[in-house]
Design a protein around this ligand. Structure first.
Ligand SMILES: *Cc1c(COP(=O)(O)O)cnc(C)c1O
Ligand SMILES: [Zn+2]
Length: 368
């Protein structure tokens, strides 16, 4: 397995600790993919994402065994006729980020790394801190000084060093990158390191298995940096290439109205994403004004004949209340997806007659 530059196609071994090509290009992964036998995985005694070990960059007997906390295999809850919600708040650190982090931190351990740097708007940081603690890897986590107290406490509880950075989310990322450049430490970035998607792709595998070898017509997916979206798209491509599905489901993406650079580029018909000003939103988990993987995200949404809409804070707050009245308590950012469902069925009335899955990305107690 190698990193491969999306621009110039140079390859680098994982041991290189590269997070970007010398040409400035972002890195993806290059490796031989193996077919998953869902008949076997569906009866596996391993009730975590690691039952898909054949499709992950590890062997059966490998360091992941010392790192896993049973992440994955989350329930699919029927919210309404044709609408299913995947309860990602059942994860060890209460958000879907554990999918990507478990894989990324297990690989760091396999590579013999004992200290990593990361930056986050919250949930990725608490996940890296937790899995880092479990793997015996010291973590330096950069967050915006405006990040929810609860998320910061969660990170600190695991013994990570917190760096609170004033300014924008981009300032936070730049501070983390400056430390990486200075120290040559491993950058455990959920945005730059494509190993993260190897974990998030299991989101789609699980749904395929839970729906008895079928997928919904559409996936509603929130987009900040696009780490769930990119992982989901990789899995969709694999299932299609392997003949395990015969049609690509649509990716119906959603951003917050106050910070929607990808939606803007989508509507403008652009293939690149220009950064916007983050005008401030309750949906802190997806408020990414300059998404590094913007071009790839646009390509993925378009390749599925999908769409991107935006949701206001009022709609998000209302959706969060409605979900709670159905017994489902999510953090504010996660309510965006339920609000998006209402808007998408207005926009595409036929969608009501089709199966749709949305993620419940993070637990209600994470936000106020
Ligand atoms: C991380 C996160 C998202 C969005 O993920 P991206 O990878 O930034 O697109 C959405 N909701 C919650 C709760 C998150 O933690
Ligand atoms: Zn390159």
């Amino acid at each position: 397995m190698n990193y491969i530059c999306v621009e110039c196609k140079s390859t680098f071994p994982l041991e290189s600790h590269k997070w970007k090509c010398d040409c400035g290009g972002l890195l993806n992964l290059e490796y031989e993919k193996k077919l998953i036998d869902f008949n076997i995985t569906s009866s596996s005694r391993n009730h975590s994402l690691w039952k898909y070990i054949d499709a992950l960059p590890f062997n059966e007997e490998d360091v992941w065994q010392d790192v896993t906390m049973g992440e994955g295999d989350t329930p699919l809850i029927k919210l309404a006729e044709n609408l299913y919600a995947k309860a990602e708040y059942y994860m060890p650190t209460l958000s879907f980020k554990d999918r990507g982090v478990a894989v990324l931190i297990a690989m760091a351990k396999k590579l013999g790394i004992d200290r990593v740097v990361a930056d986050s708007s919250g949930n990725a940081g608490s996940s890296i801190a937790a899995f880092g603690a479990r793997a015996g890897i010291q973590c330096d986590i950069f967050v915006a000084d405006s990040t929810s107290d609860k998320k910061i406490k969660q990170i600190e509880a695991h013994g990570a060093v917190i760096h609170k950075i004033p300014g924008t989310r981009e300032d936070v990322a730049n501070a983390a990158i400056a430390m990486v450049e200075e120290t040559n430490l491993f950058y455990a970035s959920h945005i730059y390191n494509p190993l993260f998607w190897e974990g998030t792709k299991t989101y789609v595998y699980e749904i395929y298995e839970q729906m008895d070898g079928q997928l919904p017509e559409a996936f509603i997916i929130p987009v900040g940096n696009g780490t769930l979206l990119m992982g989901a798209y990789i899995a969709l491509q694999e299932l299609l290439e392997n003949g395990q599905i015969d049609k690509m489901p649509k990716i119906l993406a959603v951003q917050a109205t106050a910070c929607a650079p990808i939606q803007k580029a989508f509507v403008d018909g652009s293939t690149v994403v220009d950064s916007v000003e983050n005008k401030g939103t309750l949906a802190e988990g997806i408020a990414i004004a300059a998404p590094a993987r913007g071009a790839e995200i646009l390509k993925a949404v378009r390749a599925t004949d999908g769409d991107i809409i935006t949701i206001t804070d009022e709609e998000t707050s209302e959706a969060r209340k409605e979900l709670a009245r159905k017994g489902v308590y999510v953090e504010i950012t996660a309510a965006v997806n339920y609000a998006a469902y209402s808007r998408y069925i207005e926009k595409y009335p036929d969608l009501k007659n089709q199966k749709v899955v949305l993620p419940l990305c993070g637990a209600g107690i994470k936000s106020n």
